[in-house]
Design a protein around this ligand. Structure first.
Ligand code: NAD
Length: 450
């Protein structure tokens, strides 16, 4: 469901015309198809001198993934990706050569190519030089992502807490950023820590990372929830689809499509968490993943906001998630992976959405606070913040506002529900246990917010 403008400027005579007129030409993004290569061409791995051992380890892993890996820039390749490893760079001058090596191949980066940085987070104990170098990489990546064209993206892995560049979680993140699964993730820096003590941290089957796992998806009758249920099932999970009784038809359709079970449940019910757990244990024997996707809009300027509009949005989008999480933690569910749907409206704010903005910023707040609680049981809590996604919800936005929402990003288009679903599946995977308490934006590097 690419939008019609993107279709027009990428096909036939209108493609030629739009080129001549110099109109913005959003690219057709490459999306994951089983069996296709990880990248669209060879991968160049470059580093500063001190980070060479980490770069070697990354290159070795890429070879194991069947990728054509090169260590020197050259003119003969149409690059699929460039990985810049600067984990041990200590002074700003250390990164210059490696960064300029990235620059030297950008003109030959293939459409839908990838640039991924691997660096370490600046911390309070760093010397000013070290902190400048580490923080500098973040600014470099965000700016570079805005220079890339033709569906190419730039994202960064920021190692924290002494995590190794070749830890399971860091490599799973590298794979995600390189792959077509992250088509609409752009300009993002994701902190990746070491696996907490006692947490399962073993390599997983890249094609079916969720095999044997049981996942619940709320709001699964339509929109993004359907895509999440399908993507988790594709990755091997048994999926419990939850939605309100009024959406029973769509709910049954999704559950049938994914070979899962349907649970008609209003997530605002006092005992929603307990009922989800009972259903999971009685029908599937376990519960591993919870995706808080159900959400509503009741847009109004605050001056016109009725109590029921404020209350409904906070009850569905926020209070339900708090209650369900509390009940699952109380029951001591081990290794639980919680993924909550936030929104860039919760980061940047949006006129007419004080209630929605409160609820989505609240989701980010509780995700950070829930992370250490769930980590004690070997689990994680993360949030996905979508930007403009092509759904029934966004089709109802007035045309001019909708068009602005689509184009105001580095990728100059809206994302698809599957883009959000891929990010959810990535965060639900057993391989990403070192990513905890984070917010991953799926927004094509929207101009809104940071
Ligand atoms: P949607 O309206 O198409 O689907 C939401 C689903 O949630 C519906 O099936 C609905 O019946 C269900 N639901 C609502 N209240 C419920 C309740 N009390 N109990 C159980 N189910 C309930 O919305 P969507 O566009 O697919 O959005 C999904 C999530 O993504 C939401 O949390 C939304 O805020 C978030 N999001 C969407 C976008 C976008 O561009 N579409 C952007 C940012 C964030």
């Amino acid at each position: 469901m690419t939008d019609s403008y993107t279709r027009l400027v990428n096909t036939g005579i209108t493609k030629t015309l739009s080129k001549k007129l110099g109109l913005p030409r959003p690219a057709v993004l490459r999306r994951h198809r089983p069996g296709e290569p990880l990248t669209v061409g060879p991968v160049l791995v470059v580093s500063d001198a001190a980070s060479k051992p980490d770069a070697d380890a990354v290159a070795q892993t890429l070879l194991g993934w069947g990728t054509d890996v090169r260590r020197e820039p050259s003119d003969d390749a149409r690059w699929g990706a460039v990985v810049l490893v600067v984990t041990e760079a200590a002074r700003p001058a250390d990164v210059s050569d490696a960064v300029l090596a990235v620059g030297s191949v950008l003109r030959r980066l293939a459409p839908n190519g990838r640039v991924v940085t691997v660096s370490r987070a600046a911390t309070d104990g760093d010397s000013p030089e070290l902190a400048a170098t580490r923080a500098g990489v973040d600014g470099f990546l965000r700016s570079l992502a805005k220079e890339l064209r033709a569906g190419a993206t730039g994202n960064g892995i920021v190692l924290t807490g002494g995590a190794a560049a070749d830890s399971t979680s860091a490599l799973a993140t590298l794979r995600f950023f390189l792959s077509a699964r992250s088509a609409f993730v752009d300009g993002q820096l994701l902190p990746v820590g070491p696996a907490p003590a006692g947490a399962e941290d073993a390599p997983v089957d890249d094609d079916r990372p969720l095999a044997g796992r049981v996942a619940v998806v709320t709001g699964a009758a339509r929109g993004i929830g359907v895509a999440i249920a399908k993507t988790l099932a594709r990755d091997g999970a048994s999926v419990i689809c939850v939605d309100v009784p009024a959406a029973g038809e769509g709910l049954a359709r999704t559950a049938n499509a994914v070979g899962g079970t349907a649970l008609q449940l209003d997530v605002t019910a006092d005992d929603a968490g307990t009922r989800i757990l009972e259903h999971a244990r009685s029908r599937h024997g376990r519960l591993d993943v919870v995706v808080h996707n159900a959400g509503i809009l009741r847009d109004k300027l605050l001056a016109n906001m009725k109590p029921e509009q404020w209350d409904a949005v906070t009850a569905v989008n926020l209070a339900s998630q708090l209650r369900i999480n509390a009940q699952l933690l109380e029951a001591g569910v081990q290794g639980l992976r919680i993924v909550s749907l936030a929104s860039i409206a919760g980061i940047a704010g949006n006129r007419g959405q004080t209630n929605y903005g409160f609820s989505k910023a609240g989701v980010i707040g509780h995700t950070r606070a829930t992370a250490p609680l769930v980590a004690r049981l070997g689990g994680t809590a993360n949030a996905v913040a979508p930007g403009f996604i092509e759904t029934e919800m966004t089709r109802t936005i007035p045309a001019v506002t909708r068009e602005m929402g689509r184009r105001a990003s580095s990728l100059q288009q809206g994302g698809l529900p599957v883009d959000v679903a891929e990010a959810v599946a990535f965060l639900a995977s057993p391989a990403t246990v070192g990513v905890n308490g984070e917010v991953l934006r799926v927004c094509g590097q929207s101009w809104l917010g940071r």
